[in-house]
Design a protein around this ligand. Sequence first.
Ligand SMILES: [Zn+2]
Length: 239
Amino acid sequence: MKPKEILLNSLLSDNKITLSELSAEEIGDEHLSTGIETPMKANAFAMSDEEKIKTIANHFTQIMETLGLDLTDDSLKGTPQRVAKMYVKEIFSGLNPANKPKIALFDNKYQYNQMLVEKDITFFSNCEHHFVPIFGKAHVAYISNGSVIGLSKLNRVVQYFAKRPQVQERLTMQIAKELQAILKTEDVAVIIDAKHLCVSSRGVQDINSATVTSFYGGKFEQEATRQEFLKYLELKTNY
Ligand SMILES: [Zn+2]
């Protein structure tokens, strides 16, 4: 099945996708987001990680007990604590700006002024509407404006934003905007090709579909530059 592609450039111009006309149910299964910024409460970091883990573990105990599970069972009794720790320290650690990767830039001494493409960056995220996994590949590219970034930092930026409850459109734009800010250039492109378990394991149970989102900034809005980027993504490698 051909993946549906969503172009995000037009959404970026006003920073807001108006969803107020839609009900929560409609938004949930259409997987739309409300803006580029992850919606956070003003006091999001008033609690320490340890306090958050304790609170979430208590609530998760309630969820499991409500479902009728017996938490005195050896296999289940540690689950609330495990889930809470995983949420705060791993899969949602990207909500905390303190965990944002520190990025050092280098002078572009070798005057490399062509496109740099980092492709097939594997990421794992979670759908913010169902809290089930989204996973796939991110491909990012930029054209240096005098500075270059360590290659692994491109992966780290992708991972940081993936470790939040997400929708794929917002993830794509958050990565693109961050790279534009770090690299001080508009010339950034991001493509994400991902599977959503909320589509394949529940709901319509379509196991074959994939979702592709793309962002093309600056020179990447030109057809030739965009085609060059897309051609690199098709290169077959034998290593
Ligand atoms: Zn979902």
